[in-house]
Design a protein around this ligand. Structure first.
Ligand code: NAP
Ligand code: G4F
Length: 383
């Protein structure tokens, strides 16, 4: 008999990697997807099976974390062995614009799932993973941050996730549920949403190299993040639910890097050196040097002449609209507990992560540029 997993947030970055990972392990995966006016299944299209196929291993259900009745029905119908609650309004800056919705989905949504499992008498069967976050540490009280470090959330997102964290602990203690928190530090990939900083950078650097964009405007360049690869982090989620006893785990690489250095590394990936000048909102990065062999290998000879002409020009600027009312300045995790108890180790370092993201975005942006040119040709044809 195959094990059954239910993933909320299956259309997101982590949901897509986790679904693929569990299907490879022989699971039947049910996923909850919000209704939207477009398909919005790009990240899992390669896993999708037509409803008429027999013995499907991926089944999607319409649902929403703000809808208790619907969550309870889906959990009752699917009778999952494992629930991975990954759905969330996951953008920290956007949570300042939509604080009530964020509290509802990211905070109360967790309660709805726990309570559904309890009311359906599924406690002996169903194990629950809650997607908790290093944002809980916020204004950090200890460096590096580990499971025992006190929390100090700094955004409506983090405050909502704090509720999610503690209600998971409470249901574990009150009802002996196998419910665990993964306190995951930032993890990225080619599937990362386009408005998170790493993907914004790898897309912009690719577009600048291809002549599709002149400059990218950023927010706080000095904050530091502990970035890993999402592929490594979904392995940890799975390992957490395979433990005999539920518990909470920090998942992190233990290395922290500024946004400024991430930008330098992304440009370096295509053989380009940038130099930062100025301070605060006047800070800019200038295109300083091109290693032409690397540029040709990574981007292509066809783009070199135009790019060479840009030496000495600004390619990065600062726009205060991307600043947050309260910032998390430094995150760096200590994943000793995960390493010792789960045997978890990340396979990707930051260079390998950036290489993976840059290769993907250069390819994607070339395709976008080609289609755009094709689009114009078609328009001209009809004129
Ligand atoms: P993501 O790419 O933003 O995906 C979020 C998923 O949640 C999407 O499938 C989204 O659906 C879905 N969703 C949002 N609101 C929903 C609602 N009300 N009802 C049902 N589904 C909803 O996020 P991610 O990077 O994969 O992260 C997964 C989880 O881990 C999130 O809970 C996030 O807060 C947490 N986390 C992430 C990181 C990280 O660095 N990536 C670190 C720590 C914790 P649509 O596709 O329809 O938008
Ligand atoms: O990429 P970010 O938007 O991620 P953030 O805020 O760290 O949150 C992500 O990681 C959390 C785990 O710690 C998750 F829980 C959460 O769901 C999400 O996945 O921003 C990272 C840093 C911030 O300090 C931000 O101020 O980058 C800084 N930044 C500078 N310029 C920018 C920008 N962030 C964004 N999104 N866009 C910018 O232009």
């Amino acid at each position: 008999m195959s094990k059954v997993a239910l993933i909320t947030g299956i259309t997101g970055q982590d949901g897509a990697y986790l679904a693929e990972y569990l299907i490879k392990k022989g699971y039947i995966v049910h996923g909850i997807k919000r209704r939207s006016s477009m398909f919005n299944t790009d990240r899992i299209d390669h896993l999708y099976q037509d409803p008429h196929v027999e013995n499907r291993n991926l089944i999607l259900h319409y649902g929403d974390l703000t809808d208790s009745l619907n969550l309870t029905r889906i959990i009752g119908e699917t009778q999952p062995d494992e629930i991975y609650n990954l759905a969330a309004m996951s953008h920290v800056k956007v949570s300042f614009d939509t604080p009530e919705y964020t509290a509802n989905a990211d905070g109360l949504g967790v309660l709805r799932i726990l309570e559904a499992v309890r009311l359906l008498n599924l406690i002996p069967k169903t194990r629950i993973y809650q997607a908790s976050t290093s944002e809980l540490y916020g204004l950090v009280q200890e460096v590096p941050q580990k499971e025992t470090t006190p929390f100090y959330p700094r955004s409506p997102y983090a405050v909502a996730k704090l509720y999610g964290y503690w209600i998971t602990v409470n249901y574990r203690e009150a009802y002996k549920m196998h419910a665990s928190n993964g306190i995951l530090f930032n993890h990225e990939s080619p599937l990362r949403g386009e408005t998170f900083v790493t993907r914004k950078v790898t897309r912009a650097v690719s577009r600048i190299a291809l002549g599709m964009q002149e400059k990218v405007y950023m927010g706080n360049l000095s904050s530091k993040r502990d970035w890993g690869h999402a592929k490594d982090y979904v392995r940890a989620m799975y390992a957490i639910l395979q433990q005999d006893e539920p518990s909470d785990y920090v998942i992190a690489t233990g290395i922290t890097t500024t946004i400024r250095d991430f930008l330098k590394m992304a440009f370096a990936e295509i053989g380009v050196e940038i130099v930062f000048k100025g301070e605060s909102v006047k800070e800019v990065a200038i295109l300083n040097y091109i290693d032409e062999n690397v540029f040709i290998k990574r981007v292509g000879e066809a783009y070199l002449d135009a790019f060479r002409k840009r030496i000495g020009e600004e390619v990065v600027g600062v726009d205060p609209q991307y600043f947050r009312p309260t910032e998390v300045d430094l995150l760096i995790g200590d994943a000793t507990k995960a390493r010792t108890r789960l045997g978890w180790e990340p396979k990707y370092d930051l260079n390998a992560l950036i290489e993976d993201m840059m290769l993907n975005d250069i390819k994607l942006m070339k395709k976008e540029s080609y289609l755009r040119k094709g689009g114009y040709e078609i328009l001209n044809y009809f004129e």
